[in-house]
Design a binder for this molecule. Structure first.
Ligand SMILES: [Zn+2]
Length: 420
């Protein structure tokens, strides 16, 4: 009998057992996959070929001897095991253990047997700096993981490549003055995607003293920003600067992002989340926004965006957004934003903070004022096409009002930021 022990595994795990440490190509692969509103990062294990003699398998992922993820007794010959709260700056070593169980008629001759494979997660980019990406290859399925401020800034070292990034932890931002290059502390390349994956960039400031520059965290430059929160930040430009907001870079898309307690001081324009020009937005909100600008040459201050579009050049769309401005000041202020070209649709702002949701059309239909209590009414948003199954859920937001007092209000919030 003894000679049969383990035989059930011999064939099916050939590939797994043959995988060298840190190999990514077969058997054991690090990857990200969608799990509800968020994406999960983890290990994808494939058995190739599967064993005809196995009834089912159990998959376990161990870190430091402890099982951190498992799937028991599944017939699947492939399995995803998530690594929750992965440390993107100092990834550990993991072990995958697969146990094969014999089918019923063979149970008397064979017994369950396991094989395990230790693997390191070291991969990441090939840069030589301490803050390089330790995980990922920059593709959509295997994004570079960003877990620290240093790694967030390291995005700039890849600003000439189309890359995918995924944030794995909240990041405390720093104070930045007088950027050596224009538009943004963190620059994406065209087509790149930064996925905050339900994490926040918090605190700090961007102060620009160069002529004709914008104060921003992200310069999208035709990239995509997803699932990122901004909290407690200040943006300012000098008397010859342009705009101020967490996100800019002239073109790109922003989806499922929020900004709370933002102080944006621009000259030409300022926004709670987005600076200006060709950046579209879907399913975003802001609260506790103080936005001011002194010149009306390019269109004032908005709760969400400084100004939208440019005639003959870009006509982006802002849809399903809301804004709770705390204080807007400029020659031209609007609850959501000023439209030069493009559309603001199905959006709402806190009544009393501006006369109109958008300018210059004096629109209170597509960007409508609501009383504070009306933000608690889910049906009002559903009627405007908001998705409460996958994107939004009713919750609470806490923000500072114009006097700096914390206010908590019932309102739609984004599912991707739900507590882990
Ligand atoms: Zn790098």
């Amino acid at each position: 009998m003894k000679r049969w022990i383990g035989a059930v595994l011999a064939a099916c795990l050939l590939v797994l057992s043959a995988v060298p440490a840190a190999a990514q190509e077969s058997g054991v692969r690090l990857t990200a996959q969608q799990a509800g509103a968020r994406r999960e990062y983890g290990v994808y294990v494939t058995l190739d070929p599967a064993s005809a003699r196995a009834k089912d398998y159990s998959y376990e992922l161990l870190e430091g001897g402890s099982v951190i993820a498992s799937r028991e007794h599944v017939a699947d010959t492939a399995c995803f095991l998530p690594i929750v709260n992965i440390d993107a700056a100092s990834p550990g070593r993991y072990t995958v253990r697969v146990t094969a169980y014999p089918s019923g008629e063979r149970a008397g001759f064979e017994r369950a047997a396991s094989i395990q494979k230790e693997f390191g997660t070291a991969k990441g980019c090939s840069c030589a700096t301490a803050d390089r990406f330790q995980l990922g290859s920059g593709t959509e399925n295997d994004p570079y993981l960003v877990g620290t401020l240093g790694q967030l800034l390291h995005v700039n070292q890849h600003a000439t490549q189309k890359c995918y990034y995924m944030q794995t932890a909240d990041i405390q931002f720093g104070d930045y003055t007088s950027m050596v290059d224009d538009y943004g502390v963190v620059k994406l390349h065209s087509g790149s995607t930064y996925d905050g994956n339900g994490h926040v960039i918090r605190g700090g400031s961007v102060k620009v003293t160069r002529t004709g520059d914008n104060a921003e965290v992200f310069s999208l430059k035709n990239g995509n920003l997803l699932n990122t929160g901004f909290e407690d930040m200040t943006f300012s430009v000098n008397s010859s600067g342009y705009g101020a907001a967490p996100v800019g870079g002239h073109s790109g898309t922003v989806k499922r992002c929020y900004a709370i307690n933002i102080n944006a001081v621009g000259r030409n324009h300022a926004g709670g989340l987005i600076n200006c020009w060709g950046i579209g937005a879907e399913d975003c909100y802001t609260a506790g926004i103080k936005a001011s600008s002194t010149s009306d040459s390019t269109y004032g201050s908005g709760g969400l965006i400084g100004y939208l579009g440019s005639p003959g050049a870009v006509s982006p769309t802002v849809a399903r957004t809301y804004a709770f401005p705390a204080k807007l000041s400029a020659p031209k202020i609007s609850g959501i934003g000023y439209i030069r070209a493009g559309s603001i649709l199905n959006s709402f702002y806190l009544k009393g903070t501006a006369s109109y949701g958008s300018l210059p059309g004096n629109d209170n239909t597509n960007a409508a004022p609501l009383e504070l209590s009306q933000f608690a009414d889910q049906s009002r948003f559903e009627a405007a096409g908001w998705d409460f199954e996958n994107v939004w859920t009713m919750g609470e937001i806490t923000y500072n009002d114009a006097s700096g007092n914390a206010v908590t209000a019932a309102a739609p919030v984004l599912r991707v930021f739900a507590k882990r």
